[in-house]
Design a protein around this ligand. Structure first.
Ligand SMILES: Nc1ncnc2c1ncn2[C@@H]1O[C@H](COP(=O)(O)OP(=O)(O)OP(=O)(O)O)[C@@H](O)[C@H]1O
Ligand SMILES: [Mg+2]
Length: 379
């Protein structure tokens, strides 16, 4: 056996060595694929806080689709989305229906350049026509097409409306098409409320959450074991708890503790554990947490800075008081932060941070002290 390699993947979008806590969702999707056209899970939306694993979730269902022989078009909602989807559909259709055999029947022998030239004029045919042909062919073969769109917060409403119209039509025709979206809760909520796309309201909605600690422990036990690192049961439990079940932290903790252990004979010692956890937390602060913070308006930042004064969940009425605003006004900040996956409601009237280590990060911000030193309102 060569030198063991670190199996953890603490990078946005990178597939983890073990997918924790998502079995049920994946099975739901597999079942929908098996049931084919019209199954509810074939139109689904995954949403969750930053770093909770939306992108990875899309990758998982793509795998499931491919496993069932489906074609997958994997996209991100940036400008030109419809064009890119259309061109992918055209390419697949050309491969499947107008393959070399089909052309030879016409008696024309084409070189590669002419093939390209021949395909180009289809531009003016609406993509719905091409898509219908592709799906009919896939249907005959007992398969289908899955289109995934990540980061729907960036989606152009016009493009979404166009996709919705076409896909809805395919669903009505009982053709085997699946469509899955992923994005921050805010984007999803906005989309559903806007009414551009009533068809999205019929989608299966999955709120991705933190994974159960016990499942994290199981994943750590298996991953450390398989990669040649020895970790006692007590250490496994400690590590699992330190992640809070938050997927990005599962990878960071795994990665840095594994790396430390590799320097002490591939054993997770007390020192390796402490040093690894410290590195993981620091890294969390400079990646997910920082980018989440930077994406917020000053007003939204002031709300979470005020929350950071508490050691646990914050009472919303107290936060409003600290900010010197009415509860109604404070409620508006709160809704925005909830929608962006930064905070979560934990009990009636209480909120807490949705991203681990955010509290510690906020306490280190210069603005935190500025808020603290402002005189608090009297009542
Ligand atoms: N179910 C899971 N179990 C273990 N690790 C996971 C799981 N889901 C995601 N991860 C890990 O978490 C990290 C973040 O995953 P991903 O990029 O999918 O998150 P995201 O929610 O799309 O993030 P962002 O909001 O920044 O787009 C990656 O390192 C990935 O390997
Ligand atoms: Mg993502």
């Amino acid at each position: 056996m060569g030198t063991p390699r670190n199996p953890f993947k603490p990078t946005a979008g990178a597939r983890p060595p073990l997918l924790v806590g998502r079995d049920e969702i994946r099975e739901d999707f597999a079942e929908s694929i098996e049931n084919g056209a019209g199954a509810p899970g074939l139109l689904s939306i995954y949403s969750g806080a930053r770093g909770i694993g939306e992108t990875v979730m899309l990758g998982e269902i793509e795998d499931e689709a491919i496993h069932h022989g489906w074609i997958v078009i994997s996209e991100t909602a940036t400008e030109g989305l419809v064009r890119r989807i259309y061109s992918a559909i055209r390419k697949h259709k050309a491969e499947l229906l107008d393959g070399p055999a089909g052309r030879r029947i016409t008696g024309v022998k084409l070189g590669p350049l002419e093939v390209a030239a021949e395909l180009a004029p289809t531009e003016d045919i609406h993509w719905r026509t091409i898509l219908t042909e592709l799906l009919q062919k896939l249907d005959e073969n007992g398969t289908g097409l899955l289109i995934t769109v990540d980061e729907i917060h960036g989606i152009d409403r016009g493009e979404l409306a166009e996709i919705a119209t076409v896909v809805q039509h395919m669903i009505r025709e009982e053709l085997p098409i699946g469509m899955a979206f992923a994005g921050l809760p805010k984007a999803v909520e906005d989309l559903l409320n806007e009414g551009v796309t009533t068809f999205l309201r019929r989608a299966e909605k999955y709120d991705l959450n933190t994974a159960p600690i016990q499942e994290v422990a199981n994943a750590f036990r298996e991953t450390f074991g398989d990669s040649g690192v020895e970790a006692g049961e007590e250490k496994i439990q400690q590590l699992a708890e330190a992640t809070g079940g938050y997927p990005f932290l599962i990878q960071l903790v795994g990665y840095y503790v594994w790396s430390q252990a590799s320097k002490s004979n591939y054993v997770v010692t007390d020192e390796a554990l402490a040093a690894g956890l410290e590195k993981a937390r620091r890294r969390m602060g400079t990646t997910v947490v920082q980018s989440a913070y930077q994406s917020l308006s000053d007003i939204d930042r002031s709300y979470i800075l005020a929350m950071a004064e508490d050691n646990g969940p914050s009472r919303t009425s107290v936060v409003a008081q600290r900010l010197g605003v009415s509860q109604v006004y404070g409620g508006q900040y709160r809704l925005r932060l909830l929608a962006q996956g930064i905070i979560k409601t934990v009990a009636h009237g209480y909120v807490d941070f949705a991203v681990p280590t955010l509290r510690e990060f906020l306490r280190e911000q210069p603005a935190y002290n500025a808020v603290l030193h402002d005189p608090l309102p009297e009542n």
